[in-house]
Design a protein around this ligand. Sequence first.
Ligand SMILES: Nc1nc2c(c(=O)[nH]1)N[C@H]1C(S)=C(S)[C@@H](COP(=O)(O)OP(=O)(O)OC[C@H]3O[C@@H](n4cnc5c(=O)[nH]c(N)nc54)[C@H](O)[C@@H]3O)O[C@H]1N2
Ligand SMILES: Nc1nc2c(c(=O)[nH]1)N[C@H]1C(S)=C(S)[C@@H](COP(=O)(O)OP(=O)(O)OC[C@H]3O[C@@H](n4cnc5c(=O)[nH]c(N)nc54)[C@H](O)[C@@H]3O)O[C@H]1N2
Ligand code: SF4
Ligand SMILES: [Mo]
Length: 739
Amino acid sequence: MAKLPAPIETLVERYGPHRHYVPEGGWQPIGEPDRLVKTHCCFCGQQCGIQLKVKENRVVGFEPWEDFPFNQGKLCPKGVKRYLQDGHEDRLRSPLERTDGGFREIGWDAALDRTAREIKRIHAEHGNDAFAILTGASITNERAYLMGKFARVAVRTANIDYNGRLCMVSAGAASKKIFGIDRAANPWSDIPKAEVILIAGANIAECAPITTDYLWRARENGAKIIVLDPRLTPIARTVDLFIPVRSGGDIGIFNGMLHVMIERGWINREFLAAHTTGWEEVERTVAKYTPEYAAKIAGVPASMIVRAAELWGPAKSSFLLHSRGIEHHTKGVDNCMAAINLVVATGRIGREGCGYAMITGQGNGQGAREQGQKAEQLPGMRDIDNPEHRKYIAGVWGVEEETIPHKGLTAVPLVEAIHEGKIKGLLLLCFNPMVSLPNQTYIREALEKLEYFVVLDFFMSETARHADVILPTALMEEDAGTTTNTEGRVILHQKAVEPPPGTREDWRVACDLAERLGVGDKFRFGSSKEIFDELRVASKGGIADYYGITWERIEKEKGVFWPCPALDHPGTPRLYEGAKFGHPDGKAHLKGIEWRPATEEPDEEFPIILTTGRVVAQYLSGTQTRRIGALDDQAPQPSCEMHPRLAAKLGVVDRDFVKVESRRGAIVVRALVVKTIRPDTVFVPYHWPTDRAANRLTVRAIDPISNIPEFKICAVRVKKVEKPDDDTWALPPEAGGLR
Ligand SMILES: Nc1nc2c(c(=O)[nH]1)N[C@H]1C(S)=C(S)[C@@H](COP(=O)(O)OP(=O)(O)OC[C@H]3O[C@@H](n4cnc5c(=O)[nH]c(N)nc54)[C@H](O)[C@@H]3O)O[C@H]1N2
Ligand SMILES: Nc1nc2c(c(=O)[nH]1)N[C@H]1C(S)=C(S)[C@@H](COP(=O)(O)OP(=O)(O)OC[C@H]3O[C@@H](n4cnc5c(=O)[nH]c(N)nc54)[C@H](O)[C@@H]3O)O[C@H]1N2
Ligand code: SF4
Ligand SMILES: [Mo]
């Protein structure tokens, strides 16, 4: 029989509703802090330096950290408010076990014993691969490394994957195919030195806020900026050329630009001949992408494509940036490869002011995709099916090579295997699929089929409600460790305070479980730093080589860029200097890219394009930011952005309630009528659960290479409805535009 999630009523009684935390007796002046801890923001991949104010083992505020080079003291609203998580009364403080009516507290030993017992039982009854692990990219490098090792050595399952599968994998696969290395090619300090900057599918001001500063510096130096987005995002309002591309139409723009550049002689043929393979195929492919043909695919005037080529083509220096807008597609890898073709065709890479970067999303969106917690990967960005790589890692781990499983299932197929009853047990950490995976109804059905489900989190996430056992873990500021920022700079999060009593760090939980699974000797780590020292050795000789990086060096040098193969190596801020690429032949491997439609294009029944994404005040599945009052107040509910022309056609005015419906499900939210979106498209941010989850609508289709879901396009219909009978929609008089 399907298991039901613990009822919300019980949880509310036990933990209170999501709410803004106010300490007992209200906010009090804190006086002088005991100390300031130089560390980093726990949220996005910019990983800004910040100083946390600590008083009596509490984080009570922050100060800018002016001399951290990446952000130089600047912070976005999330960084400024992050400290309000400390001591939040929703924090989980004891392991919990599901009962018929909800959850009850149990001791750590009981929770860990039961988990180990269930893993062994599932192994015995269904085989090792029937127990799977899903992790995240908000965790440190040390934890990511340990989870990969834990899966292969302690649980001995092939089926481990992580939530970066929803995020960085299209960009990563494209870079690996073309350049042989999955990392931003340049440090951000190259951005202000570029003459022209192309930004594709990145809402910089809201999602990579500090990058705005680099763009403004570029503009002060005279740079021209081009933005491709179906929405006129805040950064797009200030640029030289905004192209309101139809969602899924970017290949039209990239190939069309290249077509014009070939015609006008803006291609660096000498560079292509010396340093690349595959150019002829690219040239053949783009031959038919005349501006007129390309314009039809992109849904914009042909003149815009010509103008973009005129800005990009003849420049002496340039920088290309992209994020999920072009990556969250079933052609996500192709989109990125077509974009990179524009960079390589001009030879403007591997030099000062000449570069390329994907902007990473999660805090450790870069590092967490290198340490071997991906289904196909071993530490150091090694390949789990390569015999040499397996042998090396087996040596580091002290196991026989044959015992290391081969490539397992990636996140979406892994959940499908749960739904099909092939996977029976799941350990999930730092992932909230009940908000973040497409087609919520399906995800819920899958989770309810698990025989045993254990979740590690510090808050009761919507996914944790479905668990059999929940293990309460530590926040970033309660556990030291490294992350790797969007540039490839490895940095150190200092421990600012002790984790609250009753909680335990993620890495300690993995070690405790390994002990119970009979391999404690392989997991005798006394600290996160000891894990890093093993990680250094495991990464040695790999693509992402951290061997020369130590915690001491990071502190002294304010971060070290990988690859850094030796202690006396300076690190590598800029990859591909001297046009030396990461493949064995040293060349960039180009490929011609053809446009193809999305899995679900609009039709008569569902005539409108839905695209989804973010707002500045909320973060990912919202488990954290929906609990921070000062952020939640800015965006307490999702809305459906639509153009006034579409609104008029639907008979909708601003703030009306609308039902947005796809073939998978429906949600009711307020309309936000704005001129900053294409009239054929609506946008719904995805940070909310249940009846307001954008992922009730999205389609469960994935890119064949990267396996990223198609979050950025599906077909919906929208109609005006009455205000739902639900007081969460009450509109306080002082409420801002989004309520
Ligand atoms: N405030 C905030 N910041 C965050 C996060 C957060 O949740 N909140 N999350 C972090 C994470 S994990 C990530 S991955 C990043 C994401 O950062 P971004 O990728 O910048 O953010 P998104 O909102 O997902 O999408 C970016 C833009 O893509 C556009 N878009 C949609 N479809 C297309 C298309 O087909 N082509 C093009 N060119 N554009 C398209 C959307 O209109 C949107 O403006 O942000 C990081 N930073
Ligand atoms: N429709 C739609 N869906 C999307 C996207 C979109 O643009 N549109 N974007 C996708 C993208 S890019 C991403 S990155 C995903 C993100 O989606 P998720 O990864 O599911 O979102 P998070 O909020 O990061 O979930 C992390 C959970 O782990 C907990 N957590 C945070 N840090 C730690 C830690 O250190 N240890 C442990 N044990 N737990 C921790 C948090 O409290 C939270 O409950 O969503 C994806 N889903
Ligand atoms: S830009 Fe990202 S890392 Fe910097 S303060 Fe904002 S959320 Fe934190
Ligand atoms: Mo992401």
